[in-house]
Design a protein around this ligand. Structure first.
Ligand code: ZN
Ligand code: ZN
Length: 339
């Protein structure tokens, strides 16, 4: 049996360890991917720390996967060996449950597969994926560049394009981290007026370099008041995991504005009087399915949006993970597996 190297979590809370495993064979409807790069995402803590009920261990994390199809089960339509593909958080959907039949593939009721959580992910030389999870990767992106677009990228791009913000309207992006540095770029390239909101003055040059037209320092300025001076934000993209920061910026919404939440917080206090008088809303956003990821990759090529990455060799996966957790990464951490 041919072998591969994989980085696995042996048990909830256990260390990331490099092991040798059999190279898996794809079952019906599946392909095998020879992995080239895999992003290290904060959500990998779900696998590492057992934050999802029912995770079976050992488990290989990683849901920002780019690689080349090297085997496909018989009868797989459309996809073939040699194609470079990406796999994100959404690990596929059935196509026949009620949610799928209504086009809400992200909420598939029968196949709640999450890459790297309910099935082995991309911290490995090979992985399996169902064809519904595959996004075709355009030639103009390197695998290292493309990897973070499969989670941080699709989350911000897909959220913004469904937010209702039209070209010329004001979009505020709260936080300039792994999600925010992409959100600013996407919003600017979509033709919106972009206000970046972060703590301190240090981030301003970078925010402007990424395409922000305005910069608001929420350490010394009231972000909501500053947004109202600009006419109010049609959309506020909340990438931070601070309920306080979200609450502070919420009164900066324009009439019919939407706070789009992509940073998870356990609870958020909102002034419902403001919401009803101004016809505003607070919306949570998932990332996207494979076609959304493919759109994200293609839009990035078209517009020049790129993630800023620090790449680590596969052997240093544990170090890469710690670096991501430290919050010091600028901005996405990617494992270079076979690139
Ligand atoms: Zn992620
Ligand atoms: Zn379904």
């Amino acid at each position: 049996m041919p072998k591969m190297r994989a980085v696995q979590v042996p048990r909830a809370g256990g260390p990331l360890e490099i092991v040798e495993r059999d190279i898996p064979d794809p079952g019906p409807g599946y392909v095998r991917i020879k992995v080239q790069a895999c992003g290290v995402c904060h959500s990998d803590t779900v696998t590492k720390d057992g934050l999802f009920p029912g995770i079976q261990y050992p488990r290989v994390p990683g849901h920002e996967v780019i690689g080349v199809i090297d085997a496909a089960s018989a009868g797989v339509p459309r996809w073939k060996t040699g194609q470079r593909v990406g796999v994100g958080w959404n690990g596929g959907y059935c196509g026949y449950c009620d949610n799928c039949r209504r086009g809400n593939f992200f909420a598939c009721q029968t196949s709640t597969e999450v890459t790297g959580i309910s099935r082995d992910g991309g911290y490995a030389e090979y992985m399996l994926a169902p064809i519904s999870a595959l996004a075709l990767v355009p030639d103009d992106l390197s695998s290292i560049e493309a990897a973070p677009l499969m989670c941080a990228g699709v989350t911000t791009f897909n959220c913004l394009r469904n937010s209702g913000a039209a070209p010329g309207e004001l979009v505020a992006v709260v936080g300039i981290g792994g999600l925010g540095h992409l959100g600013i770029q996407f919003a600017a390239k979509m033709g919106c007026k972009v206000a970046a909101i972060a703590r301190g003055k240090d981030e301003e040059p970078l925010a402007r370099q990424l395409g922000a037209h305005y910069y608001i320092d929420n350490k010394t300025q009231d972000p909501a008041a500053e947004l109202q001076k600009l006419g109010g934000a049609k959309v506020i993209l909340a990438t931070v995991t601070s309920a306080e920061a979200m609450k502070a910026v919420l009164p900066g919404l324009a009439v019919k504005g939407r706070l789009m939440v992509i940073g998870a917080v356990p609870s958020l206090e909102v002034n419902t009087i403001q919401l009803l008088l101004q016809n505003q809303s607070v919306t949570g956003w998932y990332s996207g399915t494979s076609i959304d990821s493919e759109d994200t990759l293609n839009f990035s090529v078209l517009s020049g949006v790129r993630p800023m990455n620090e790449s680590f060799p596969f052997e240093r996966a544990a170090e890469a993970y710690d670096h991501m957790l430290s919050g010091k990464a600028r901005f996405r951490v990617v494992l270079n597996i076979a690139n």
